[in-house]
Write a protein that binds this ligand. Structure first.
Ligand code: GTP
Ligand code: MG
Length: 201
């Protein structure tokens, strides 16, 4: 299947507190991952919009929960990236609390796209978040980003290692989607997975 036609994609609001989120109603997908992993770039790529979501080579540029309304039908939520120095303990404090509250409480959250840089391995923060999401009964779609940066041999090695690290959470190698904003690899596959979770035929 191909990506759906994007008729409208608009920025709605930035929530700094849970009560600033739009009223729950439309199903939504949230994009989660370390700072600089490529969340905002991936959203722009999915929507075929170059600059809808602000991207940056400076990590931590997204600080709030940023809501975008797509085709008047779904919300996409660009979550703040967790940081370099952050450890799981710190994820639970400060603005990490905002993300965790959102992930556990948001009724209309249909799926979480969890991004991991294809060149890196899941670290403590990722493992903590995987456990947290599964405890909350969330559906999670694992994505390996910046696929264009890896050679074929490195890819299969990295995939095996990532799958090994996430095996305790029931993730298998075929669950991962390789994604590249430069080659558009993975775009259709990710859309398929998201639409299935959004209840689309
Ligand atoms: P925060 O908002 O800080 O959490 O970061 P983010 O996860 O939104 O990352 P962002 O989309 O801003 O991308 C970070 C950097 O990675 C930018 O310089 C992007 O151009 C680059 N990047 C993102 N996706 C890809 C990709 O698929 N391939 C390559 N080569 N670079 C990418
Ligand atoms: Mg961003």
């Amino acid at each position: 299947m191909a990506s759906p036609k994007i008729l409208t994609a608009e920025y709605c609001l930035s929530a700094h507190r849970a009560d600033q989120c739009p009223p729950a109603g439309l199903p939504e997908v949230a994009f989660l991952g370390r700072s600089n992993v490529g969340k905002s770039t991936l959203i722009n790529t999915l929507l075929g919009r170059r600059k809808l979501v602000r991207t940056s080579s400076h990590p931590g540029c997204t600080r709030a929960l940023n809501f975008f309304l797509i085709n008047q039908r779904w919300y996409f939520v660009d979550l703040p990236g967790f940081g370099y120095a952050a450890v799981p303990k710190e994820l639970k404090a400060g603005w990490g609390r905002l993300v965790l509250d959102y992930l556990s409480q948001r009724e209309s959250l249909a799926a979480v796209v969890f991004l991991q840089d294809g060149r890196r391995q899941p670290a403590d923060e990722e493992l903590f978040l995987w456990e947290f999401l599964l405890e909350q009964g969330r559906r999670v779609i694992p994505v390996l980003t910046k696929a264009d940066k890896l050679k074929q041999g490195e890819r299969s090695r990295q995939l095996q290692r990532a799958a090994g690290a996430l095996a305790p959470f029931g993730v298998t190698p075929s669950d991962f989607i390789w994604f590249s904003a430069s080659t558009l690899e993975g775009k259709d596959r990710l859309w398929d997975r998201m639409l299935a979770n959004l209840g689309e035929p």
